[in-house]
Design a protein around this ligand. Sequence first.
Ligand code: PEP
Length: 240
Amino acid sequence: MDKIFIIGNWKCNPTSLKKASNLFNSIRRGIEDVKNAEVVICPPFVYLSLLGAPSFARRRASYGGLVFGSQNCFREERGAFTGEISPLMLKDLGCKYVIIGHSERRSHFLEKDAEINKKLKAVLKQNLRPILCIDKISQIKRGIKGILKSQIKKIIVAYEPIWAIGTGKACSFSQAKRFNLSIKKVLGKKHPVLYGGSVNSQNALGYIKESKFQGLLIGGASLKPKEFIKIVKLLSKSSY
Ligand code: PEP
């Protein structure tokens, strides 16, 4: 099996640099010796530089699989767009991944597939890897419209049933597997697909072993260092 992806989405947390540093340092120390997993930490934009994203990108080899990603980005590179952060800036800061179309962006900020499509193109243009969150197959088709096949391959898809996000009601392994297979029917058997929605250390392995996902997108549990480290270790030690 290809490398497992474990994405930690901190959302709008924690609320101070001190707390963010403590959280990050605990995770970094806890997974120092982990191999065979790409662990992507996605903190709020304001912490990226302060947590050392640029130097992590330069000295990647010495930190196992730990890299930085962002939770969102703007569709343009630069210009008169007050308050926005572009993929070019994220690349310069050392990000390797960008979450696009998270259900909280879709619901709270009314992001539509057409906008998500533009963001995907902007991220791919900078040679960053987008993590496209969906909970319906139609969102893939509209999201990748006009993107070359060679570029589509670089998009990691995260299946996140809305009702499972942050609710403690994780999707059953069998239902998640069915959705995984439906996504692969559209994008190809080997396309990287992740699961997200109330993942914890009890259910994490099941999504890999039983539902055959290539990794996980983790919200709440990524803010609990012990739990997150446990998940990373469980997944990186197992053979599938
Ligand atoms: C998420 O933020 O995408 C997510 C899946 O959150 P949680 O793990 O808390 O359900």
